[in-house]
Design a protein around this ligand. Structure first.
Ligand code: IVH
Length: 607
């Protein structure tokens, strides 16, 4: 989209603007260039994944633009990067009609299906060989975008195919969707574009972790997360989820007066190229064109092999007759075009029996129900147990012991139960009763009003103690190599290790007598334990596993004290005055510092 010369030119302007910004000399007449430069860097970052500017510099330029637009609101343009910012809540999403019905795709599952598809297309067209364009089938929420006079004016969900929901404000939060694109360079006045909204795997995992941390139910797969996010009423929340989008089809366009269809726009692959040049993320790099179905089949198989290496989910490939003239000749049914077909990869869903639910106690005392399943292969692994998170989740999904459940393993994401299948019930399934006492130490469980998680608040509960030690020695915490979960459990069960400070007073002569422990492994363990005393304070704070204190908060806290023991003298208010420490974190640290014993012991042991 940007030529080499243009890239150099914009980079030079960027440097000038960065310099001007740092000396406070950006003025109103810089507004157009500022906007252009910010568009350019968004494109480098979001579409090409190849930024040319640091986040800090981008933010400074963005703030400068915001400031200028605030004092000169008449100069705000609808495609300004500032116009993505979410304002207020949407009451409801009005229903809108698509310019062209959003048809679905016919499905195929094996080479024979594809050979059949090709045979029919050849018969209908009277051709011996057909050229196909093959691209990934993105697994998210389907959208349509309308651009008028280069500006994004509407974004809608697929809905029933004829009508969808107007979710323009949410769509504007997606950085891979340009707010404006130079359709006019190709003589196009209005265009309707189809694409798919996705959430990438790592953002999905992070998002689910946050939900569980807040005691909410995680989502079953990235597809539900992406499609669900599009319908959230708070656009600021949508922005936080970092949705992405691919566009893959120009379903409709009108030309400016006197203009002709852009030269060369006679095939699907040419339209993907055009979209790419306009600054959209189309599968320009992933698509391939082949003549004849054999190579198409090979490419589908090759892509299935690399499926897990992609940062986002795909559930197959889409094979499209490349020539527009031929597409028109083949036409469509009321459900799908006859010129395209989806090739579905092997399913990552399976049904199995829910045999039992066990309750595990974590290091913060949270009691997590874990479903024990009849082992089943899904997405290349055998699954026999799955976390079912909390009481509310079990109730929402109406999970009963003996139920047949549908499970899904989306890529390398932890498997989840999608739903139970009530129609398969025989009548002897048992409703689950959540325990009222800790399954390990038998103390009463508690649940805070706004939380979904039941907790054991006995800090001495053996399950919590063991989990805390496991966390303490883990790689991101004190990184005591050679310890590991199995050894922590073994030493604890044998009575050699009772708590975190006990790591530093381990009696190695006792360990020596255990099977599988040679002198070398003991020496290594001893060395790793001694070395861990040199870990910086932030790691030690993180290693203690204080609720809500992740690695970032641990760094903030480490800057405020010289040693852990200093926290004893901090009130909740003082803790809250630290950056990133709110009432929840403050309260949690304060509560934890009640465990002075650990702090004191660690100090005595020079940790
Ligand atoms: S083409 C008339 N291309 O899959 C054109 N669809 O299961 C029809 N999808 O409703 C769509 N990736 O939401 C097309 N590369 C791709 C796609 C794709 C994902 C979705 C689309 C469609 C669904 C059918």
């Amino acid at each position: 989209m940007y030529s080499k010369e243009r890239t150099v030119f914009l980079q030079n302007i960027t440097n000038e603007l960065v310099k001007k910004e740092s000396t406070g000399s950006i003025f109103q007449n810089d507004i157009v260039q500022l906007r252009e430069v910010l568009h350019f860097h968004e494109y480098r970052y979001y579409i090409l994944n190849d930024p040319l500017l640091s986040d800090y510099e981008y933010d400074q330029l963005y703030k400068a633009l915001e400031k200028l637009e605030k004092s000169n609101p008449e100069l705000i343009s609808p495609d300004s990067p500032t116009q993505r910012v979410a304002k207020g809540l949407t009451k409801d999403f009005p229903t809108v009609q698509h310019l062209v019905p959003m048809l679905s795709l016919d499905n195929s599952y094996n080479a024979e299906d594809l050979i059949d598809f090709d045979r029919k297309a050849r018969e209908l067209s009277g051709l011996d060989m057909i050229e196909y364009c093959v691209e990934p089938k993105f697994d998210g929420g389907s959208i349509s975008l309308i651009y008028e006079n280069n500006i994004l004016v509407r974004g809608a969900t697929r809905g029933d195919g004829a009508e969808g929901d107007n979710v323009t404000n949410n769509i504007k939060q997606i950085r891979t969707i340009p707010l404006s694109a130079k359709f006019s360079d190709f003589g196009i006045q209005q265009a309707e574009i189809r694409g798919e909204v996705l959430i990438n795997k790592s953002n999905f995992v992070r998002y689910n972790e946050q939900l569980v941390e807040q005691g909410l139910s995680p989502l079953a797969n990235p597809r539900n997360a992406a499609a669900g996010t599009l319908r959230i009423k708070d656009a600021a929340e949508v922005a936080k989820r970092n949705l992405e989008a691919f566009v893959y089809h120009v379903s409709y366009f009108t030309l400016e007066e006197g203009k002709q269809i852009p030269a060369g726009l006679t095939s699907h692959d040419a339209s993907l190229k055009l979209l790419w040049e306009l600054g959209f993320r189309s599968p320009e790099k992933e698509k391939k064109v082949f003549t004849g179905i054999e190579r198409v089949i090979e490419y589908c198989n090759e892509f299935e092999q690399i499926r897990d290496t992609l940062p986002y989910e795909i559930d197959g490939m889409v094979i499209k007759v490349n020539s527009f003239a031929l597409q028109e000749k083949l036409g469509m049914t009321s459900h799908h075009p006859r010129w395209a077909i989806a090739y579905k990869f092997k399913a990552r869903q399976a049904t199995t029996k829910l045999l039992d639910v066990e309750f595990q106690v974590g290091r913060t005392g949270a009691v997590t129900p874990v479903a024990k399943l009849e082992p089943v292969a899904v997405g290349g692994v055998t699954v026999s147990s799955i976390s079912v998170h909390n009481e509310e989740y079990i109730r929402e999904k109406d999970l009963r012991i003996g139920d047949t459940v549908l499970i899904e393993r989306a890529g390398d994401v932890i498997p989840q139960i999608v739903k139970s299948l009530p129609d398969a019930r025989k009548g002897d399934e048992k409703v689950l009763v959540f325990p009222k006492t800790c399954p390990v130490c038998q103390n009463q469980l508690f649940k805070e009003e706004e939380e979904a998680v039941w907790r054991c608040i006995n800090i001495e509960c053996p399950a919590q103690v063991v989990e805390r030690i496991i966390h303490f020695v883990s790689k991101d915490a004190m990184d005591i190599r050679g310890f590991g979960e199995a050894n922590v459990c073994k030493f604890y069960d044998m009575g050699f290790l009772k708590d975190i400070p006990g790591i530093y007073t381990l009696d190695f002569s006792k360990i020596n007598s255990l099977e599988g422990f040679g002198q070398k492994s003991i020496d290594n363990l001893q060395l790793a334990i001694n070395n861990s005393k040199k870990q910086p304070l932030n790691r030690l704070i993180y290693a203690l596993g204080i609720r809500f204190v992740g690695e970032t908060t641990a760094k903030t806290l480490a800057q405020a004290v010289n040693h852990l023991l200093d926290f004893k003298n901090f009130s909740v208010e003082q803790l809250q005055s630290l950056e990133d420490v709110g009432p929840k974190v403050g309260g949690s640290i304060h509560h934890f510092s009640a465990m002075k014993k650990i702090f004191t012991c660690l100090k005595c042991l020079n940790v």
